[in-house]
Design a protein around this ligand. Structure first.
Ligand SMILES: [Zn+2]
Length: 227
């Protein structure tokens, strides 16, 4: 009878491993999409900050144009009335300065527009690959989800069927994440994995009476002969 419980333990173990492989695959698939979404987010933020810079540069440009207009008018008025040469040349300096500033701002605007165009081109390519990858990932994830539902149902059933001692011992041992899994066998009077010496009595309890026992040294659960 209890040999069946060992079969169930082994099935629980392999289903659990399958489940974690599916979960890993699922998160890898989802990462492919979320990485692209993050890049899209950061490009959109770059565009917003460039737009703000364009806005403030345009404002500075209109200020410079106003200054240029005022200085030009004042210079002209002074020249019309034959005003002081020194004052006229001060206005000219102001005009030169405003023109220079205007030119610098126009160059800056030009470069901001270029940057924005580049990012928008990048974004439209990104949008396209995002759609492609989403259309690949979605059916893949849906398939994994239905596999996971089946595994969970089967696991629930198996765990319900196990006696408490089997369930508790298995869960504790599985949580240790031992290399080569949570099971061992008696091999010529020793634990197959760690060579811990097993007495004749214990060997018979494991293999003949099919009692649930763990190796005291490596903690793996002994599978009886035939399981
Ligand atoms: Zn051992």
């Amino acid at each position: 009878m209890s040999v069946d419980w060992f079969f169930k333990l082994k099935e629980i173990d392999s289903l659990t491993k399958m489940k974690s492989a599916f979960l890993k695959n699922k998160s890898e698939q989802e990462d492919r999409v979320s990485k692209l979404r993050e890049r899209r987010e950061s490009s959109l933020m770059q565009i917003t900050s460039l737009q703000q810079e364009v806005f403030s540069t345009n404002h500075k440009l209109s200020e410079a144009e106003k200054k240029l207009k005022t200085a030009s008018e004042q210079k002209q008025r002074l020249m019309d009335i034959g005003g002081d040469e020194n004052k006229i040349s001060l206005f000219q300096t102001e005009i030169d300065h405003a023109e220079e500033q205007g030119l610098e701002l126009l160059t800056l605007l030009d470069s901001l527009e270029t940057q924005m165009t580049e990012i928008k081109t990048f974004l439209s390519g990104l949008e396209k690959s995002l759609q492609e990858i989403e259309s690949e990932v979605q059916p893949e994830v849906a398939k994994i989800n239905s596999e996971l539902i089946n595994i969970d149902l089967r696991l629930k059933l198996l765990i319900e069927e196990l006696p408490d001692s089997f369930r508790t011992t298995y869960l504790k041992t599985a949580a240790r994440n031992l290399a080569h899994g949570p099971f061992t066998r008696v091999d010529q009077g020793n634990c197959f994995f760690c060579r811990y010496k097993i007495s004749r009595i214990e060997e018979s309890e494991i293999d003949m009476q099919r009692n649930l026992k763990s190796c005291p040294q490596c903690y793996r659960i002994f599978l009886p002969y035939g399981a």
